[in-house]
Design a protein around this ligand. Structure first.
Ligand code: GCU
Length: 404
């Protein structure tokens, strides 16, 4: 029998199609551009007291801090800055990693507060030929299976193509979210929330999962600043999807990052909430109540009342570099909303910092990345994922920015 045309074959095809659809876009949400409601966004350059913001000083001392505190109070929660101590312990090293091309450092980052401590493992590979000449670094915040960031390199994954980064002269690092706050409704409070910052759990604007992950990325940066093999002034923070939301929140607050990269971060990340295209605020708060601060629930089916929208998170990163990446079939994450947010948010780069970074009106097409000084965008063909192609675009962008 010719199997290719058996009914079994067709039902497999149907099943594959349905699975693909369910990861690309979920039913019952809007994917029709003509049904995007009209909305007006908060003005980037007018403070809550009505002051017009035109200068770098007003931006730095009035509007940017105000934007950060609006995101803290209404979206992600306060990010605690205080700690009693931080230590870095090399628990495993290999001077001959990746066939002698890299040095592996498995570091335990231990943070103490009020007599308690947590330890976050951090995996770092440094390119060997960069010894004596500190290397720029990319940190991935990941929520996927730990095998994706395997330090032994027995398992290799395009999600974190460490060999590619090393071959291009970059150090490459990763933290797993479960080491700071589990990506789980029931157990997210373990680790830093219960142990180090329990008071956050009682606050309606307290830190939750995404804030905790951003906190973890900042502790990785603390380590980079202490490692002479790494040039912490040329560091990028990268996250995919929920990790991309955390990466943006990291880069918006912590000015030590030279590049912030959001890969398909969607709702609560780069996409404009008011567009209600694909995932909505109500949906994300219902399914992932432990990601955002409790106050974010006020905006379920009530996006227009938000005192911020996500373009303001991009703006808070200015003048530092920001890169937004989308995937064509990832309609759940609203690629158009992600691009608009970058375009509108980067008015801070343009207007306040006078950078020549006017992104095109039209969203760039698949395979036509835009790398314009401090701004990067690409649309990759295919579905929701972080791939070697995405990374190669990030590195092209960084090469240009750092003039490598
Ligand atoms: C879900 C969630 C998204 C998130 C994504 C991911 O689809 O609704 O908001 O970005 O998971 O992290 O892969």
């Amino acid at each position: 029998m010719n199997n290719r045309f058996s009914p079994y074959f067709f039902s497999i095809l149907l099943l594959l199609g349905a699975t693909r659809l369910s990861t690309a876009q979920q039913a019952g949400f809007n994917y029709d551009e003509s049904k995007v409601p009209s909305y007006s966004l908060p003005d980037l350059f007018v403070s809550t007291k009505g002051q017009e913001i035109n200068t770098i000083t007003d931006w730095n001392f009035v509007r940017r801090p105000e934007i950060i505190s609006l995101f803290e109070d209404h979206v992600y929660g306060k990010l605690p800055r205080d700690l009693d101590g931080i230590t870095f312990t090399l628990v495993n090293g290999d001077e001959q990693a990746m066939d002698g091309l890299a040095i592996l450092k498995e570091v335990n980052v231990t943070v103490q507060r009020n007599g308690k401590s947590i330890t976050m493992p951090l995996t770092v590979f440094v390119p060997k030929h960069h010894q004596g000449d500190a290397a720029p670094v990319f940190l991935l915040i990941t929520h996927r299976g730990p095998e994706n960031i395997d330090p032994t390199r027995k398992e290799k994954s395009d999600f974190w193509p460490a060999e590619m980064l090393i071959s291009r002269g970059y150090a490459v690092a990763a933290i797993h979210v479960q080491d700071v706050s589990d990506d789980n409704k029931e157990t997210f409070k373990e680790d830093i929330l219960t142990k180090l910052y329990p008071e956050q759990l009682t606050m309606s604007n307290g830190m939750r999962g995404l804030g905790a992950w951003a906190w973890g990325a900042m502790r990785a940066m603390d380590y980079f600043e202490s490692d002479p093999d790494i040039d912490a002034t040329r560091a990028g923070v990268v996250g995919h999807s929920r990790g991309g939301k955390a990466a943006l929140w990291t880069g918006a607050q912590d000015t030590r990052w030279a590049i912030t990269i959001s890969n398909e971060s969607g709702c609560g990340g780069a996409a404009l909430s008011r567009r209600r295209f694909g995932e909505t605020v109500a949906r994300i708060n219902t399914n992932f109540p432990y990601w955002f601060t409790d106050n974010f629930n006020r905006y379920n089916d009530n996006e227009d009342a938000l005192p911020v929208d996500q373009h303001m998170l991009i703006a808070a990163i200015a003048p530092r570099a920001v890169y937004v990446a989308s995937a064509e079939e990832d309609q759940w994450a609203d690629p158009k909303g992600e691009y608009l947010s970058l375009k509108l948010g980067s008015r801070a780069h343009q207007t306040i910092y006078q950078m020549d970074t006017k992104l095109p009106q039209e969203q760039p097409k698949v395979g036509e990345p835009i790398h314009m000084g401090s701004l990067g965008y690409h649309m990759r063909g295919g579905t929701h994922n972080l791939t070697a192609l995405d990374w190669s675009y990030f590195l092209d962008f960084a090469d240009k920015l750092f003039q490598k």
